[in-house]
Write a new protein. Structure first.
Length: 134
């Protein structure tokens, strides 16, 4: 298992009307792309506390290479995820957040929002740590 995983999840907790569309589009992305960074998988998981829904993780996870060992072109995977999730945000009026989780500590940090507007790829690169901002 890789130490860090990038996630791009829909924000909110009521996805009854959009979950099937999000899952279908992300399944297509996963199946039709040759991933450079690591394995990608779609997440559609509701957690429960007793009989009540406690949360809903809906989006995509991507294993990240270890820092300083990134293969050539690895950030293109993140760009494709950002583009697809941003299109979903626009089409379904459901914002997404991109973040990174540390699999050893269990700590996750939301880093970048997608609301269907223009994506500042240079800022995303700087936040992920691939290049310094211009």
């Amino acid at each position: 298992m890789r130490k860090h995983v990038l996630y791009a999840y829909a924000e909110g907790d009521d996805f009854d009307f959009v979950a099937a569309t999000i899952t279908e589009r992300l399944d297509g992305l996963v199946a039709n792309r040759e991933w450079i960074s690591g394995d990608a998988r779609v997440v559609n998981q509701q957690s429960r506390k007793g009989a009540e829904a406690d949360g809903w993780d809906l989006g995509i996870n991507l294993e990240l290479p270890d820092p300083e060992k990134e293969p050539c072109g690895w950030f293109e995977d993140i760009e494709e995820i950002a583009i697809t999730c941003n299109e979903l945000a626009r089409d379904l009026d459901t914002p997404f957040v991109i973040g990174i989780s540390d699999q050893e500590s269990g700590i996750a940090d939301d880093l970048f929002g997608l609301d269907g507007g223009a994506i500042d790829v240079e800022r995303l690169k700087a936040i992920i740590g691939t290049e310094s901002p211009k």
